[in-house]
Design a protein around this ligand. Structure first.
Ligand code: ZN
Length: 386
C-alpha cells in the first residue's frame, strides 16, 4: 500500500510527523503514506467476512470520528474479526484528527510485552494484542493494545464498496492496513542521524510530538517478534546477534534493500520464496523494515495492502496471503487457513496456491526425491481478468 506509515504506542494532539516520503520515525510505530497519484485497483474483502463468525472481538474507542469514518473503520475491524481466532478481546484507541500536510495517511503505535507466560520466543517484544492470546490472559489491563491515528485532513472515501473515486483514498483499506500493524506487522528498527542502526532503542521522542495512550516501555535493545523473522539475502537473521546492536554495520543491513521474511508460513504462502521486506537505501522511520517491499508487490498485486505507500483511486479490502502468513509465523491463529493445498499425486508433490484465491491461482509439481520443480510445471493463471 502506498503512502501509509504506522507507528506503535501513542496519543497525540497535533501530529505533524513526517513529510511525504521523507524520513519518518517509528517505534513500535509505523506511519503510512499516500503516493499522491491515482492508480485504479480494487481487491474485495475475504469471503470470511460474510460467512464466518469468530470468537475474537476488536473493541474500538473512537475519538474525533465522523459517522462515515466510524462506519468505514468498523468494516475494516470486522474483516479482521473474520480472520483471526483468539480468546482475549483486542482493545484499540482510534483517533481521527489532523496529522498535517505532507502525505501522511495514518500512524499506528502498538503496545508491547516480552517474556510473558506463553511467549513462543523470549527476549523479543510482542504486540499485546498477540501476547494476550498466547498467554490466555489480559496482560495490559487498563491499556489499549494499539493506538491508530488517521489523518482527517486527507481526501478520504468512506464507502465500504471499494469503489474509490479518483483523487480519494480508501479509508477502509488504510484502516485495514493500520490494524495489521497493530496486530504485529511492525518491527523495532531504527537508523539514527549518526548512521547507527539498532533494534529496540526507539523511544516516544522518535515520534515527537506524538504520544501514546499507554506507557512506552524501555525496549532494552530487544527486537520485535517481527524482526526475529527477518534475514539478509544470504540468510543471516538480523536479530540473532550476528550483527552488533547498535552499530553502523547494522545500519548497513537495515538499508541494504535486501531484507526477507524467513517464517515457514511466509515461505509457503509465497511459492517457497522468502517474501521481500521494504528496506530502502535511505532509512525512513515508520516505513522501512515494517512493510512489504513496494516494488515487489505493486498496486493490483494481492499482497499490495501491506506495502508502505497507498495510491488514491485504489482499494484493497484483503490483507493478502503474505501478511496473513506473517501473522501466523509470529503466533496468530489465522482462520480460515490460507495455506496452500499440498497433495501428493503420482510420485510428485503437487502444490496449488493461494487458497482461497480471489484473482489467480498458481501451481507446480515437485519431484519427491529431488524437491525440485518439475520442468515447466510452474504455472499461474488469473481466475478473473482485470
Ligand atoms: Zn504501514
Amino acid at each position: 500500500m502506498k503512502n501509509l506509515i504506522t507507528a506503535t504506542l501513542v496519543l497525540i494532539i497535533a501530529i505533524n510527523f513526517c513529510n511525504a516520503q521523507s524520513n519518518c520515525n517509528r517505534t513500535f510505530g509505523v506511519a503510512c503514506y499516500g503516493s499522491g497519484y491515482d492508480e485504479y485497483s480494487k481487491t474485495d474483502a475475504p469471503e470470511s467476512l460474510f460467512s464466518e463468525t469468530r470468537g475474537l472481538t476488536i473493541g474500538v474507542t473512537y475519538q474525533g470520528f465522523t459517522a462515515p469514518a466510524q462506519t468505514a473503520f468498523d468494516f475494516s475491524k470486522q474483516i479482521w474479526e473474520s480472520i483471526l481466532n483468539g480468546t482475549v478481546p483486542i482493545k484499540v484507541n482510534a483517533y481521527f484528527l489532523p496529522i498535517g500536510a505532507g502525505g501522511s495517511l495514518a500512524i499506528t503505535f502498538p503496545n508491547g510485552r516480552k517474556n510473558f507466560a506463553g511467549a513462543i520466543v523470549n527476549d523479543v517484544w510482542y504486540p499485546t494484542s498477540l501476547a494476550n492470546q498466547l498467554s490466555g490472559t489480559e496482560l495490559n489491563t487498563g491499556e489499549s493494545d494499539f493506538d491508530i491515528f488517521l489523518n482527517s485532513s486527507v481526501n478520504w472515501y468512506f464507502g465500504t464498496d471499494g469503489i474509490c473515486p479518483i483523487g480519494k483514498y480508501d479509508f477502509v483499506s488504510v484502516a485495514l492496513h493500520e490494524i495489521c500493524h497493530g496486530l504485529g506487522l511492525v518491527g523495532l528498527s531504527k537508523v539514527d542521524s549518526l548512521g547507527i542502526g539498532s533494534l529496540g532503542t526507539l523511544t516516544i521522542n522518535d515520534f515527537s510530538p506524538a504520544i501514546t495512550s499507554f506507557p512506552w516501555p524501555e525496549l532494552d535493545t530487544f527486537p520485535g517478534i517481527f524482526d526475529h523473522f527477518l534475514m539478509t539475502l544470504d540468510g543471516t537473521p538480523i536479530a540473532n546477534g550476528s550483527f552488533l546492536n547498535p552499530s553502523d554495520t547494522l545500519a548497513d543491513i537495515l538499508t541494504s534493500n535486501q531484507i526477507y521474511w524467513n517464517g515457514i508460513n511466509g515461505l509457503q504462502y509465497n511459492s517457497n520464496l522468502e517474501p521481500r521486506i521494504y528496506s530502502p537505501a535511505t532509512f525512513a522511520l515508520g516505513s522501512s523494515m515494517v512493510h512489504l517491499n513496494e516494488a515487489t508487490y505493486p498496486t493490483g498485486n494481492e499482497n499490495e495492502l501491506m506495502t508502505p505507500f497507498a495510491n488514491s483511486h485504489s482499494s484493497n479490502h484483503h490483507p493478502g496471503p503474505i501478511a496473513l502468513a506473517i501473522l501466523k509465523d509470529i503466533g496468530w491463529d489465522v482462520d480460515p487457513d490460507f495455506n496452500s493445498i499440498q497433495e501428493s499425486i503420482s510420485g510428485y508433490n503437487f502444490q496449488i496456491f493461494p487458497n482461497p484465491s480471489a484473482d489467480f491461482i498458481s501451481w507446480n509439481f515437485k519431484n519427491n526425491e529431488e524437491g525440485e520443480i518439475v520442468g515447466d510445471s510452474a504455472q499461474s493463471v488469473p481466475l478473473f481478468p482485470r
